[in-house]
Design a protein around this ligand. Sequence first.
Ligand SMILES: [Ca+2]
Ligand SMILES: [Ca+2]
Ligand SMILES: [Ca+2]
Length: 245
Amino acid sequence: MLDINECDQNPCQNSGTCSNTQGSFNCNCLSGWTGTLCATYVDECVVSPCMNNATCTDTEGAYACLCHTKWTGKNCSIENHCFSSPCSNNGTCNNQPTGYNCSCQRGWTGEKCTLDIDECNNPRPACMNNGNCTNTEGSFYCECPVEWEGDTCETDVNECLSTSAPCMYESTCSNTKGSYSCICGSGLTGRNCESDLDECLTAPCLNNGTCNNTVGSFNCACTRNWTGSMCEIDLLASFAPFSGG
Ligand SMILES: [Ca+2]
Ligand SMILES: [Ca+2]
Ligand SMILES: [Ca+2]
C-alpha cells in the first residue's frame, strides 16, 4: 500500500518537527505548544507554578515568577533571608536554607561586615619596606620612606629621574631597588659625588711645585725652570739647545 508523506506539506505549526509514519504523521511540538499540529498555545501559569502569592507571567514556552521580597528561587519557594540587606559596607549576602552569610568587601569582617580589619596589626605588615601604617575604617594608608612609593610602598623610586637628580657635577646616576648610587667623575668623591677629592694629599706636583686643590681637580704652581701640569718638564733641558751660550 502506498504511503503519502504528509510532512512534505509542512503540517506542524509553530516550528514543530514533523515525522512521517505509515498512513499518518506525528508532530513533535516546541515547548509552549501542544495539539496534533502544535496549534494550541500552552499557558504555563494556568497550573499556578509560582508559590507564596507570587505573580506569574506567561512567556512563550515558559513562565516567570515575580516573588515577594521574603521569597526567592524560580518558583518563589525558597525563603529569602537576605531580603533586609543585612550585610553592611557593600558586603554580599548569600542566602542559605536556614539563614544567610555575608561575603565582606576588602577591609571589613564580622558576621555582618560591620567590623574594620586593622591591616596595620597583621602579622604580615600591610606597608612594605618599613612604610608607616595608619589604620582607617575599612582601609589603611602607608607613609613611605623617600626611597619607596605606591599604596603599600611597594615601588622603588627612581631617584635618577627626579628633577633634583642626586648625583652632582654631572656624575652618572644608577638606580637600584630601594636606593641609588653615583659613579663619580675624576676628582670627585662622596655618596652624591658632592665632595672634592683633595689631590694635593698625594703630593702630585713634582720638582717642588706647589699644589693648589680645586673643586674636581687641582693644579700645580711650578718653581722657576719647570713646567707641565705636574711640573714634570725641565725648561732648561727642553730649551737648552736654543738658549744662548
Ligand atoms: Ca582598616
Ligand atoms: Ca631607587
Ligand atoms: Ca680637587
